[in-house]
Structures are given as C-alpha cells and as structure tokens.
Design a protein. Structure first.
Length: 223
C-alpha cells in the first residue's frame, strides 16, 4: 500500500523507435536529396520519438546489407526508407515492392542487372505503412503528394523489398523529388527517365514532409 499523501506516478508512454534511411549520391551527382533530408530529420529529431538514421550505398548488394545491419543495431518499431526520383515532382509513398531488378543505369558498384528477380518470394509485396494516410497528411500540410504503385526497379525498390523481408514490423518506402540546394538534378534515367523537373520544394520542405509522414505512420505518444 502506498503511504498516504503520495500520488501514484502516471506511467510514461514508451516512445516509438523509428529507423529512417536515405541514400548516398549516384549517377555522377554530388547530392542525393533523400540522404540530405534524412540527415536533417535525424540530427534534429522528432517530438516523442527515438529517431535512428543512416545513409545507404546505392548498390544492389550493399543497400540491403546496410539496412539489415541498421535494423539489427537499433531494433526499431518502424522502418521508413527514403529515395529520390528524378522524374517526379510530388512526394510519393510507395504501395508495392516488386521482385525484379532492372537497372537502366549501373549502380555505384558498376552493377547493372537486367530483368533479374531479387529473391524467391512473391511478385510484389505490399507496404506495411498506411500509404493513403501519409498522402492525406502531406496534402493537409500543403505539400504535393500522391500514392505511387511503382517503386521502379532500381536500388530503391530493392531496398524497399529488403525492408519488407528483413523486418517483421511496419515498414515502407517513400520517393521524394530530386531537390538540390542549387541548380537541377542530372539524374532521372533510373526511374521515370526525366531529370531536372522543378517540384518547387526545398530540402527543408522535404525534411518537413518526412516528419509529416512519420507522424501519420506512427502517431507520437501523448501524455
């Protein structure tokens, strides 16, 4: 029995652990918007959440290996992987990870698989995050967003696939426009074949978007 006059301390909710990943530059670029935005969010943090973050190599073999190592190290509750798509002007949470590698350009190891399966699993695996909720939250925040049915067949898709197969909790992938601090991106052939499209977004906007996405996928605990 508690002594009189002492109030029972309310148990504090346990903050969710989120793993956020982006990519290094590739295709001759000096910047990758996904890596820069993830770095901003990781260094600043998000209220009520433990945010772990990492930058993945743009290689078919190295990205899944690095992702699995980060999952093992941080033991997250949720995994959100981020990549840039040079041919898109909206922020696009992905619905499906295809079981296919078909690279239009070589990865950073010089590897260029064409029409090769990634694993012995099904043709497509669904995101384990609520894509529609993320899109709605982004639009409510005044950010351009739409759901995507196709994550491409490059390293982004391979990483999305690895997240769904190597982690048994909520996991998903989002593509962001190839925003640059100055000038326009030169990449694009790895996704929609159109580089340099102006989304009107800045890196700060993309970092804010990632916070919105995580908030929609994992509501912050309330006291």
């Amino acid at each position: 029995m508690r002594p009189k006059g002492l109030r029972q301390r309310k148990e504090e909710p346990i903050a969710k652990r989120v793993l956020l990943t982006g990519f290094e530059p590739f295709g001759g670029e000096e910047c990758n918007a996904s890596g820069e935005a993830v770095r901003l969010v990781g260094e600043r943090g998000l209220p009520g959440l433990h945010v772990a973050w990492g930058i993945l190599p743009v290689t078919f073999s190295g990205a899944p290996r690095r992702l699995n190592a980060l999952i093992g190290r941080h033991e997250p509750d949720v995994v959100l992987c981020v990549g840039e798509a040079g041919g898109r002007t909206a922020i696009t949470p992905e619905r499906w990870a295809a079981n296919l590698a078909d690279a239009r350009i070589p990865d950073n190891d010089g590897v260029q698989p064409r029409g090769e399966p990634l694993d012995d699993g099904p043709e497509a695996l669904p995101s384990r995050l609520d894509v529609d909720a993320m899109v709605a939250a982004l639009r409510s925040a005044g950010l351009p967003a739409k759901a995507s049915e196709d994550a491409g067949r490059y390293v982004c898709n391979a990483t999305f696939r690895a997240a769904l197969r190597g982690f048994d909790g909520p996991a998903g992938f989002v593509h962001i426009p190839a925003v640059r601090p100055e000038g326009q991106a030169g990449v694009g052939d790895e996704t929609d074949g159109a580089a340099g499209l102006d989304s009107g977004l800045r890196l700060e906007d993309v970092a804010r978007a990632l916070g919105v996405i995580i908030g929609a996928a994992v509501p912050s605990p309330r006291h």
